[in-house]
Design a protein around this ligand. Structure first.
Ligand code: 2NE
Length: 279
């Protein structure tokens, strides 16, 4: 794939500090990269703010069908929250108060109606491990390492970091992963159901792009509805709303839906008599 820095609505290249946001020319694929390799791609609040902007743009761009989420370099996908800026009330960089805005990003990825593919080289640890778990697919390099450190460093994620993990690997394994805070190799992670496939490090992007190309050849609406359906039960009312929104979206384009809107705008009673009460 040929990557170009993504442009904002005014046509200017996005200028980010902590991330790189690119799109593949003519491919329908976006790539969002955490760019703090010197800290093993640990995130601070600014990193998350920038990621939220990029994911939002990729969502709104109707030429984009798949989003790759990765970390700069080969040593880490992401090592979680930047402990150097951790305060008593969350993570704080340029603000005087702390925050846990990574939780907003997790929700955003779950609700984003396009597949997000984690492309993991090196460490996916702590909050970084949770970020790969909330992605739809994970392609791991053979040097990938997975784990939670929370109980060692005085932290935990009792939200998606626990519930999605239990769904992915089962409740016993999830307890093991959190209580012992061990690290797992890529083959161990694959056996546990944490990753979709493992490839040699030098083939990581090539293989990830191949998966994305296969996805973007498929029906956007089918993929959209399937993603919301696959998350619906776990995400409760919010999951149901996402799926329900897809139903409304489809209904608005139907003759029956348009008949109701048109009648309202023409100040007359709608005539739905020609539409069947299907079995
Ligand atoms: C990731 C890991 C295992 C990598 O080890 P290694 O040996 O390859 O690298 P090293 O030397 O540890 O790290 C390189 C530099 O990156 C910094 C290190 O401090 C080091 O800096 P210098 O000493 O060279 O100046 N670095 C790495 N990870 C960092 C981090 N998360 N925050 C700040 N600086 C970091 C190894 O580095 C490691 O274990 N890192 C810590 C992983 C961790 O505990 N993450 C936080 C978990 S809690 C969390 O993320 C979280 C949550 O649980 C709930 C909500 C939100 C967040």
């Amino acid at each position: 794939a040929v990557w170009r820095i993504a442009r904002d609505d005014s046509g200017k290249e996005y200028q980010f500090t902590d991330i790189i946001y690119e799109k593949a020319v003519g491919e329908g694929i976006a790539k969002i990269t955490i760019n703090r390799p010197e800290r093993r791609n640990a995130f601070r609040p600014l990193t998350i703010k920038e990621l939220i902007v990029a994911f939002n743009d990729a969502r709104d761009d109707n030429t984009i069908g798949a989003i790759i989420f990765t970390g700069k370099g080969t040593q880490a996908f992401c090592s979680g929250g930047d402990q150097a800026v951790r305060k008593a009330d969350g993570y704080a960089d340029y603000d005087k108060f702390g925050r846990l805005n990574v939780l907003d990003l997790q929700v955003q990825i779950r609700r984003l109606p396009k597949p997000v593919i984690a492309m993991v080289a090196g460490y996916a640890i702590g909050g970084g491990h949770i970020l790969h778990m909330v992605c739809d697919l994970t392609i791991a390099a053979d040097n990938a390492v997975f784990g939670q450190t929370g109980p060692k460093v005085g932290s935990f994620d009792a939200g998606y970091g626990s519930s999605v993990m239990a769904r992915l690997i089962g409740p016993k394994r999830a307890r093991e992963m959190w209580f012992l805070a061990r690290f797992y190799t890529a083959p161990e992670a694959e056996k546990m159901g944490l990753v979709n496939t493992i490839v040699p490090l030098e083939k990581l992007e090539q293989e990830t792009v191949k998966w994305c190309r296969e996805i973007v050849r498929n029906s956007p609406t089918a993929i959209r509805v399937l993603k919301s359906a696959l998350n619906a039960i776990d995400d409760g009312h919010a999951g149901l709303q996402q799926l329900a929104g897809d139903a409304t979206l489809l209904f608005y384009g139907s003759e029956e839906g348009i008949a109701g809107k048109t009648a309202y705008l023409e100040h007359r009673r709608p005539d739905f008599s020609k539409f069947p009460w299907r079995p």
